[in-house]
Every structure is written in structure tokens, then in C-alpha cells.
Design a protein around this ligand. Structure first.
Ligand SMILES: Cc1cc2nc3c(=O)[nH]c(=O)nc-3n(C[C@H](O)[C@H](O)[C@H](O)COP(=O)(O)OP(=O)(O)OC[C@H]3O[C@@H](n4cnc5c(N)ncnc54)[C@H](O)[C@@H]3O)c2cc1C
Length: 300
């Protein structure tokens, strides 16, 4: 059995990391799409890939299965997500034990969203209430696990204030989080301000910025509010102009993300986490253009 490297080791290498996020598909066709995207991304060698855990804990088996496939068939470092939703403490420990036995040493530990149609998160009987509880549980039982946690540059939608959110973030850090990945944002100022707020509260973990290369106006208008991420007017206007033309809209989204990435890396972000929704094309264009840019800047 191979034991994975903790992502914290990569984060401390000083190299800009590239990670991409997959979701475990429900259908056979979706599975084919995921594998095609993974195959297309192979030459760009992401430093790690994460696999989400479906709403309501509905993807327990599928998250496990695709984590295994991406790790074993593609040789990638994987970070399955795990949420508190729909599981008891013992069930959560059992899931982590399964990953640990397979040699997986990186998990993104989250609370999860309330099930569709409800606004309030209610923990399962004998379950956990907050991500910090899950982090503490895993840390206690599997001290060698590297644990990612979620962070919200525009604050978590349920938090009344950013200050409150940061207090709760501190609890996650104290419980044993190893690094943070952000919710998607389209304006880097949110990330820079958030980072400053973290550092001034002695939260010194690496904060990997999460970006969504937009595909269309309707997509960002759906995802933005859902994630509590604001939409810059300029992006909305640019997407509006090309609304009837999916390829042009994708180009707008990729160009926007490209400029975000360049600025983030120039200002010391430890890498980039791309929400790719099981599609490879935007990630490939970004990986290519960034590579070319890095290459040309080496020779400047
Ligand atoms: C990088 C990333 C990946 C994600 N992947 C998934 C996924 O795979 N599956 C999925 O279902 N969802 C995923 N999500 C969404 C996430 O589950 C939701 O945003 C969820 O609402 C909060 O999860 P959390 O882990 O940040 O929760 P928490 O850190 O527990 O925070 C939830 C809310 O409770 C508040 N809070 C925390 N601790 C306390 C406390 N002690 N007292 C009072 N209030 C407190 C926080 O301020 C926040 O408002 C992801 C989010 C991110 C950023």
C-alpha cells in the first residue's frame, strides 16, 4: 500500500500548486465525462485533485469510488471531501478509516449544506454540528491526516458578520485544520482582504484560492448567490454581451480567471484550486497559458 504525501508538504515547497475539483457523477454518462476530463488533464499534472461529497451525504460510495479511480488509474494525489451531513460520529470515523487503510492521507473536512428545501443545518442524531467538530474527531483518531477546511473570503452566508465567521474559522484551525481552500470568488480584493484579516488574527495556514472559470452568465448568476460570492459588474457585462454564444462566454470566463490567477500568484498565493465541474477545457486553457507565461517570464 502506498501512503500519500500530505498536501501541506507540497504547500511548503514554495511552488505554485494547481489543484482541480471533481464531483462524483450520478450516471454512467457522467462517469465517462469525468474520466475523459481526467484523461485530458493528465498532461498538465495537477498537484492534487479533490472529489466532493454530495449534498445530504448522498455520495458516500461514489466519492470513495472516484477517489480510488483518480488515485490508482491516474496516479494523482487525491483529497476526498467529507461532510457531517447524514452520518453519525461512528459512521464518519468508519469512512475516514477506509481512506486511511487505503493510504489516503488528505481529506477536506466540512460541515456540508442543509438538505435542499431547508435553510437550517440540523446535525444527525449522534452526529456533528460544525466542521470544527469533524476536524477535531479526525485529528484525534487519525493524527497523520492532512485536513483541508473551507474558508469564505466574502463570509459564510449563514454568518451575520465577517468577524463572527473568523472566530469560527479560528476554532477550525485550533481543532487541527492543516490548510484552507476558499469558496469561489471573482474579485481578488476579497481574497487579499480576507488573507489580511486571517493573518492579523494569527491564522497563518496556507489559504488556497478557489476559482470558478465561468461558463455563462446564467451559471454565475446561479452559483454566485448560492455560494455567497458577489459578481463584479464588469464580468456580468462581458458575459451578457456573449450570452448566446457558449464558446465566447467560456473564453470570457477563462480570460477573467486567467487575470485573477496571474494577480493571485504574483501576490504570493500558494497556488490555485479550480472548480472545474468535471469539464477539462477551461482548466487546460488556463494551465497552458499560465505555463507559457511562466516560461516566457523565465527568459525575460
Ligand atoms: C473548498 C470548499 C469545498 C466544499 N465542498 C463541499 C462538498 O464536497 N460537499 C458539500 O456538501 N459542501 C461543500 N462545500 C460547502 C460547505 O459544506 C458549505 O459552505 C457549508 O454551509 C459550510 O461548511 P463549513 O465546513 O465551512 O462549515 P463550518 O465551518 O462548520 O461553518 C458553517 C457555519 O457555521 C458557523 N459556525 C462554525 N462554528 C460555529 C460555532 N462553534 N458556533 C456558531 N457558529 C459556528 C460558521 O461561521 C458558518 O456560518 C464546500 C465549501 C468549500 C469552501
Amino acid at each position: 500500500m502506498n501512503t500519500d504525501r500530505p498536501i501541506t508538504e507540497l504547500l511548503s515547497s514554495g511552488r505554485s500548486l494547481l489543484s482541480v475539483e471533481f464531483f462524483p457523477p450520478k450516471t454512467e454518462a457522467g462517469g465517462v465525462q469525468l474520466l475523459e476530463a481526467a484523461e485530458a488533464l493528465k498532461p498538465y499534472r495537477p498537484d492534487f485533485v479533490s472529489i466532493t461529497y454530495g449534498a445530504g451525504g448522498s455520495t458516500r460510495e461514489r466519492t470513495f469510488r472516484y477517489a480510488k479511480i483518480l488515485r490508482e488509474q491516474f496516479g494523482w494525489l487525491v483529497m476526498p471531501h467529507l461532510t457531517c451531513v447524514g452520518s453519525t460520529r461512528d459512521e464518519l470515523l468508519e469512512i475516514v478509516a477506509g481512506y486511511h487503510a487505503d493510504g489516503i492521507r488528505n481529506i477536506m473536512a466540512l460541515r456540508g449544506d442543509p438538505p435542499k428545501g431547508t435553510d437550517t443545518f440540523v446535525p444527525s442524531p449522534d452526529g456533528l454540528r460544525y466542521a470544527s467538530d469533524l476536524i477535531a474527531l479526525i485529528r484525534e483518531n487519525f493524527p497523520d491526516m492532512c485536513l483541508g477546511a473551507g474558508a469564505y473570503p466574502e463570509k459564510h452566508p449563514e454568518s451575520a458578520t465577517m468577524e463572527q465567521d473568523l472566530i469560527h474559522l479560528r476554532t477550525k484551525v485550533d481543532a487541527g485544520a492543516s490548510f484552507l481552500t476558499t469558496q469561489l470568488f471573482f474579485d481578488n480584493e476579497h481574497y487579499f482582504r480576507f488573507l489580511h484579516a486571517c493573518r492579523s488574527r494569527e491564522i497563518h495556514l496556507p489559504v488556497l484560492p478557489g476559482l470558478l472559470p465561468a461558463l455563462s452568465l446564467s451559471q454565475v448568476q446561479r452559483f454566485g448567490p448560492m455560494c455567497g460570492s458577489s459578481l463584479p459588474r464588469a464580468l456580468v457585462e462581458q458575459l451578457h454581451v456573449v450570452d448566446e454564444h457558449p464558446r465566447a462566454a467560456e473564453a470570457v470566463g477563462v480570460t477573467w480567471a486567467y487575470h485573477q490567477i496571474r494577480e493571485l500568484l504574483r501576490h504570493g498565493a500558494p497556488g490555485i484550486h479550480l472548480y472545474i465541474l468535471n469539464r477539462s477545457s477551461a482548466a487546460i486553457t488556463l494551465a497552458r497559458s499560465l505555463e507559457r507565461n511562466d516560461h516566457s517570464s523565465n527568459h525575460a
